[in-house]
Design a protein around this ligand. Structure first.
Ligand code: ZN
Length: 172
């Protein structure tokens, strides 16, 4: 064994650390050269806020979208509450979205997040349309605060579906 391999690994690791926060949770996307990270704090905020409401609530996912050569790195840095809806419907009013976006001008809008209190993780027809607004690499989340099930999607394709605490423990 030469020293070259271990040295290269250390260099690669420090490079990778620099492009996302050390506490960010890595989510496998299944897409070559596309990395997705969610900051632990952002996920916790989303889950805690979701549990406070009996109605559906909607959020925006803010973060960074960076290209390193052919590699795309998405990192959700902040998930902020936009609006509360009714029992099974939530809308994100333009004015409220603008307020959330203006509060973190250094971050890009990556996608949206909402809740399905008591009815599980899936996309309704309206949800799909909303997801499409953020493009094929939009980071879109849905969480059921009653069951604790979380869905993380790129566009409308789920890349993680399971207990939120499973993702929080170490990534998928
Ligand atoms: Zn929905």
């Amino acid at each position: 064994m030469t020293l070259f391999g271990p040295i290269l690994r250390v260099l690669m690791r420090s490079f990778t650390r620099r492009i996302h926060a050390p506490d960010a949770i890595g989510v496998a996307t299944g897409v070559p050269r596309c990395k997705l990270y969610i900051r632990r704090e952002a996920l916790q905020t989303y889950v805690l806020m979701a549990r406070k409401y009996r109605n559906e609530v909607g959020f925006l996912c803010l973060g960074t979208r960076a290209r390193y050569g052919r590699k795309l790195v998405l990192e959700v840095v902040h998930i902020d509450l936009v609006a509360e809806g009714s029992r099974a419907y939530v809308e994100l009013p333009a004015r409220e979205k603008a307020r959330v976006i203006a509060a973190r001008p250094e971050l890009a809008v990556l996608g949206w997040a909402h809740t399905h209190p008591g009815f599980g993780v899936f996309w309704s027809g309206t949800d799909r349309e909303n997801c499409r607004d953020f493009g094929e690499n939009g980071v879109n989340l849905v969480f059921d605060p009653l069951s604790g099930e979380l869905g993380v999607a790129l566009g409308t394709r789920f890349v993680f579906r399971g207990p939120a605490r499973q993702l929080a423990r170490g990534g998928a």
